[in-house]
Design a protein around this ligand. Structure first.
Ligand code: PSU
Length: 304
């Protein structure tokens, strides 16, 4: 039914039952400027290869669900115009109408599950936006984590979000939020949100066992592994807070809503930090890819 096009590398890994790490494509089309976006996408794939796992970047191209993009496809996506930002609500419609789109965390999780991939690395998940009590702007990523059995490695929720409310919703939805190697939930560009994580694990094997245990118990949904940005690349939260507040104020004043909010805020913060936010974003994605590869290996071992 679903036409999954596996990239050559991903196809070989599937056949030989080797660990695969899924990667999203919205970060390429809507999260980072060209040409850094493609450099980063390739760099992240290389990190996963160097860890002995196989990367599979996911996107929809002309109505086909691609799991593992070939280098030329990745290049093309980096500068392609009018690429949709696909989440749970629009993935099926895009596939059904022959459209092209980049997958968000939610859509990448759905695709990963279809392809039998357990682990997915990204930068930061979507969550509850500031002011959600009036706008109701809550990312579909949270509901996806509650439904789709994929372990997502992220540097927490992006700090442009309301992190306490995001954690509340995750708790309500029964999503395990596991801080990796520290007690606090990280805040994307910064190592700590000041909030204690519901769970802490220091070992990829434990994360892998918990992933498989949820499946064995018949609990739907995945896990969020919140991996702090490396110390050397972090931007202190005190520096970012006023920048984020100003960007948010501008988004409100301009009436920016729905899917446009996150890309707008990321761009404004990039400008206000003279590009430092992008460097930090790149470093944290690389760090997440490394951990995701370790977890993918651990799940493979546990299944043998
Ligand atoms: N991680 C990043 N940059 C991004 C994203 C993740 O470092 O741009 C994307 C993901 O695709 C995530 C989306 O699903 O941002 C969240 O968008 P929204 O807040 O509109 O749900």
């Amino acid at each position: 039914m679903i036409d999954i096009v596996f990239g050559a590398e991903a196809a070989a890994a599937e056949l030989e039952d080797r660990p695969i790490v899924a990667l999203e494509s919205t970060i390429i089309t809507h999260g980072m400027p060209s040409p850094r976006n493609v450099e980063v996408a390739r760099g992240v794939e290389d990190i996963i290869r160097a860890s002995g796992a196989t990367p599979a970047t996911i996107a929809v191209i002309e109505g086909k669900l691609h799991v593992g993009l070939e280098p030329a496809e990745l290049d093309w996506l980096g500068t392609a115009k009018d690429v949709a930002k696909l989440s749970r609500a629009d993935l099926a419609a895009c596939l059904a109408t022959g459209g092209t789109g980049a997958t968000t965390v939610a859509a990448t999780m759905i695709a990963a599950r279809q392809a039998g991939i357990h682990v997915f690395a990204t930068g930061g998940i979507g969550g509850v936006h500031k002011g959600a009590e009036t706008t109701f702007d809550i990312s579909a990523d949270l509901h996806e984590l509650a439904q789709t059995p994929v372990t997502v490695v992220a540097a927490g929720a992006k700090a442009i979000l309301d992190i306490p409310k995001t954690l509340e919703v995750l708790e309500t939805l029964g999503v395990p939020v596991i801080a990796y190697g520290q007690d606090d939930v990280p805040a994307f560009w910064s190592r700590s949100s000041g909030l204690k994580a519901p769970l802490r694990m220091d070992d990829p094997d434990a994360i892998a066992r918990a992933h498989l245990m949820r499946g064995a118990l018949g609990i739907p949904g995945g896990q969020l592994v919140a991996n702090p940005i490396p110390e050397a690349d972090a931007i202190p939260a005190e520096i970012l807070a006023p920048i984020i507040a100003e960007a948010q104020g501008e988004a409100d004043a301009r009436g920016i809503t729905a899917k446009e909010v996150t890309p707008f805020l990321l761009q404004r913060i990039f400008e206000a930090t003279q590009g430092n936010s992008l460097e930090a974003n790149i470093a944290l994605v690389a760090n997440n890819a490394r951990l995701a590869a370790l977890i993918a290996h651990a799940i493979g071992r546990a299944q043998r």
